[in-house]
Design a protein around this ligand. Structure first.
Ligand code: ADP
Length: 319
């Protein structure tokens, strides 16, 4: 193998740049030429491919987002789009591809591998919702962004004796809400993977008030319902006034934490090793602090689950 390429796809996440840098440098270290595909799979179809040198990835390890840009491509979901993408790679004499993205991007990487073009997937998403890895690239940064916001909101919640609902990202996965809720001392944590009982939540709020607690934080994953809807229900059904804060896209951006930079560096390097070993269709992960790899197809059949023990603990610590 002489030439490989790297692309970022789907939702961006902090640490993707550290992953790109690792792929480029590790590849060059082993004597490979490394190409960057710009604008994800759509850029691949369009032939938006440029050679990356050691210096092309200088000064990016600390930057959020992705220097290769990302995109969502409907055309790539078609067989014709995938064949066009492979044609582009072959015409540039590229023999292996590293894809950094979420599960949608993994599906694309699997399709290319099934058509004979070896791809390796790196889990780049703030949601921490990829099976086969304890952490995804960007989750730790997003978690810390939310915890900072929560600390600031707690100051005002405390001063004004208010209940705040903080809506965080996570349409299908509650890890950001769960981890940030525990780290930020939220009294209530609502995530899509667990059902909840509003009467019970209200009871807990009232119990807090009885013992002199005058402010409270509810960490709400967007996949459960919107913060404004929950606020309306609490007001109409129980007469409870709340304030709402929707954190939105600030959770996606920002300089990656040291943890995410190291994680992305280790995973990017492993992806290059796998291609050099002649492997494709593998998803890189971290489990028990070891870099591992699994069959992408198997990973896509599984469902990531929040840590049950952490959810139970969150309830025990917020009584
Ligand atoms: P993420 O990778 O963050 O989950 P998406 O689900 O939007 O983001 O997927 C990113 C891109 O991956 C899509 O725009 C599409 O080009 C490609 N993709 C997603 N699902 C498939 C699929 N089933 N087959 C081929 N490509 C896919």
């Amino acid at each position: 193998m002489k030439r490989i390429a790297v692309l970022t796809s789907g939702g961006d996440s902090p640490g993707m740049n550290a992953g790109i840098r690792a792929v480029v440098r590790k590849g060059i270290f082993h004597g490979l030429e490394v190409y960057g595909v710009y604008h994800g799979y759509q850029g691949l179809i369009n032939g938006d491919i440029k050679k990356l040198e050691l210096g092309s990835v200088g000064d990016i390890i600390h930057r959020g987002g992705t220097i290769l840009q990302s995109s969502r491509s409907e055309q790539f979901k078609t067989e014709e789009g995938q064949l066009l993408a492979i044609q582009q790679l072959k015409s540039s004499e590229i023999e292996g591809l590293v894809v950094i993205g979420g599960d949608g991007s993994y599906r694309g990487a699997l399709k290319l591998t099934e058509k004979g073009f070896p791809c390796i997937g790196l889990p780049g998403t703030i949601d921490n919702d990829i099976p086969g890895t304890d952490f995804t690239i960007g989750f730790d940064t997003a978690l810390n962004t939310v915890v900072r916001a929560m600390d600031q909101i707690r100051d005002t919640a405390q001063s004004h004796e208010r209940i705040f609902i903080i809506e965080v990202m996570g349409r299908h996965a509650g890890d950001i809400a769960l981890w940030a809720g525990v780290a930020g001392g939220a009294e209530t944590i609502l995530i899509p993977e667990r059902s909840f009982d509003l009467d019970d939540i209200v009871k807990r709020l009232e119990h807090g008030v009885e013992r002199g607690k005058k402010h409270s934080i509810i960490a709400l994953a967007e996949g459960v319902m919107s913060a404004s809807k929950l606020a309306d229900i609490l007001k109409e059904k129980y007469g409870i006034e709340t304030r709402v804060s929707v954190l939105g896209h600030i959770q996606r951006g920002g300089s990656p934490t040291g943890f995410d930079r190291v994680l992305a560096s280790r995973m990017g390097a492993r992806a290059v090793e796998l291609l050099l070993e002649g492997k494709g269709g593998r998803a890189v992960g971290i489990q028990k602090n070891q870099i591992v790899d699994h069959d992408i197809e198997e990973i896509l059949k599984e469902k990531s689950e929040p840590i049950g023990e952490l959810y139970t603990l969150s309830k025990q610590l917020s009584i």
